[in-house]
Design a protein around this ligand. Structure first.
Ligand code: ADP
Ligand code: MG
Length: 351
């Protein structure tokens, strides 16, 4: 690992430990905690009831397995094999990879491409990882963007029998970065439940699953990240039991060019980072895979269109934070959410 990445890692770990502790600890609530750098982010697992290191090991091993199969940057991954064989031949992938790609295609369809797993060529062109310098000399040219845009289309992602996956055209690339952490959180939840862990916080770089309730029987208090200040500050607290809370925003992975911020969620229609009234969006759902895909989709769609989409689905609630410093929550969250930052204004979603 490069030196600046190590420094970044230590920083992030400290922030995460501090913020999670602040959020979940109270007397008599010692947890068994594991922190690792995986899936290009800081993973923190906190178990409050069955504190068994072996269960932690199982969960971490599963996360590594998911990363090895679904990361676009690992040469031997299913995803990379599909990409290398785009326009050449279908690739047989593992059951879990197939499941995630199937879900990804579903969310691409219902969001009409706001979430699009074939976004790979544009993600690669923009190369916004956030771990590097914040200031950049140049951005991709119109010509480059237009060329890559033609390679993005989920209709050309073909799922066949026997776990075969095919990209129709050479140069196409899938990127599951907008969905895989959600799937991974669901998998950790499954492993925990199978091993008698019923009270835990699964935090995959801000993609959180609050499993069960606190050992005291109270609801978890989950801080919703403030998009306007450094990681670890909250705009408010969500009281919740047994649910996934996934947040996407323009504040973590980005660079600045000529005073303008370019973040990592790309609108396939324009080829540029999505631009609308949203600064941050949190999705509260039962399945984290749904929350992850939808957080990316809604970030691209904006509040009105995005809300219409989630209203057509079951049991999905949202917290939008706008550039105008409004916090817009689903009606159902009114009794669960408390704003803690005076600089913002709380509203109920009108759509
Ligand atoms: P994060 O991974 O930072 O938590 P997201 O879940 O919103 O945030 O995922 C962003 C990632 O998804 C990007 O880093 C990229 O890999 C991928 N991505 C970017 N734009 C899109 C898009 N329009 N549809 C699907 N995936 C996207
Ligand atoms: Mg996402």
């Amino acid at each position: 690992m490069r030196k600046k990445n190590i420094i970044l890692l230590i920083l992030v770990i400290n922030i995460v430990i501090l913020s999670i502790t602040a959020c979940t600890s109270s007397k008599n609530q010692e947890s068994l905690t594991r922190t690792e750098f995986l899936m290009d982010t800081v993973i923190t697992l906190k178990v409050f009831d069955n504190k068994d290191e072996k269960v932690m090991d199982k969960a971490i091993d599963r996360l590594k397995e998911i990363e090895n199969r679904m990361s676009v940057t690992i040469d031997s991954s299913d995803v990379n094999l599909i990409n290398q064989n785009a326009g050449i031949k279908p690739i047989k992938v593992n059951d879990d990879t197939y499941f995630v790609i199937e879900k990804a295609k579903y969310f691409a369809e219902i969001s009409k491409g706001a979430y699009d797993p074939t976004i790979g060529p544009l993600v690669e062109l923009w190369d916004i990882t956030g771990s590097d310098e914040k200031e950049r000399e140049s951005i991709p040219t119109e010509e480059e963007i237009n060329k890559m845009k033609t390679l993005v289309d989920y209709n050309d992602l073909i799922l066949m029998e026997d776990n075969l996956v095919y990209l129709n055209r050479k140069g196409m690339k899938i990127d599951l970065g907008g969905i895989v952490k959600g799937y991974a959180a669901d998998e950790v939840k499954r492993i925990f439940l199978e091993n008698d862990v019923n009270s835990a916080i699964i935090d995959l770089g801000g993609n959180i699953y609050a499993l069960g309730d606190k050992p005291s029987g109270e609801a978890w208090k989950i801080g919703i990240q403030d998009p306007f200040t450094v990681t670890g500050n909250y705009i408010g607290i969500l009281n919740t039991i047994d649910s996934s809370i996934v947040t996407s925003g323009d504040y973590e992975r980005y660079f600045v060019h000529k005073g303008e911020r370019y973040h990592h969620i790309i609108d396939a229609k324009t080829g540029y980072p999505a631009k609308n009234e949203i600064s941050g969006i949190s999705i509260i759902s039962n399945k984290s895979i749904d929350g992850d895909a939808l957080s990316t989709a809604l970030f691209v769609m904006g509040i009105e269109e995005g809300t219409k989409l989630v209203n057509s689905l079951e049991d999905i609630n949202t917290i939008f934070i706008t550039k105008e410093k409004e916090v817009i929550i689903s009606k159902k969250l009114e009794s669960q959410f408390t704003l803690s930052n005076d600089n913002l204004k709380l509203k109920t979603n009108p759509f």
